[in-house]
Design a protein around this ligand. Structure first.
Ligand SMILES: [Zn+2]
Ligand SMILES: [Zn+2]
Length: 142
């Protein structure tokens, strides 16, 4: 569970005002070790939460470097909290994502950096996605 302090610090670090929705969304994202779709987040929020506000919050968080998109092989967009080093200008956590074929969760392997890739002349990457799939720790143990 995210501490109120962690949430406050995150909002402050990115120059964001505190709103009930921002706090609630961060609380949900910080409490999970895997990426969540806007639908997953909506279901974890209180029943009367406004969907438009949720979408707006996710967009703001993504722009500010609070959360990042986690692309997997499905066409559902999922989000996960960024590392503390991420800012609006520079997304600092280039880590591997892992999709589990058993539980279908996609995890941020924040401790596993995307390996260096040598590109041919003339190609300049501005974004990197690295997805591995298989069986996660938890499913493997079962
Ligand atoms: Zn799994
Ligand atoms: Zn990630």
């Amino acid at each position: 569970m995210a501490t109120p302090d962690h949430i406050s610090l995150t909002l402050a670090r990115h120059g964001l005002r505190h709103t009930p929705m921002r706090r609630a969304v961060l609380d949900v994202l910080f409490s999970k070790s895997f990426a969540l779709s806007s639908n997953d987040i909506e279901q974890a929020l209180e029943a009367d939460s406004d969907r438009i506000t949720l979408y707006r919050t996710l967009r703001t968080f993504e722009q500010k470097g609070v959360i990042h998109r986690v692309l997997d092989s499905s066409d559902v967009i999922r989000f996960a909290a960024c590392s503390v080093a991420c800012t609006e200008q520079a997304h600092a956590d280039d880590h591997v994502h892992f999709k589990c074929s058993a539980c279908e969760r996609t995890y941020c392997l924040t401790q596993v950096a995307i390996p260096a890739v040598q590109l041919p002349g003339g190609f300049r990457a501005t974004h990197r996605d690295y997805l591995m799939s298989g069986v996660c720790q938890q499913c493997h143990a079962e």
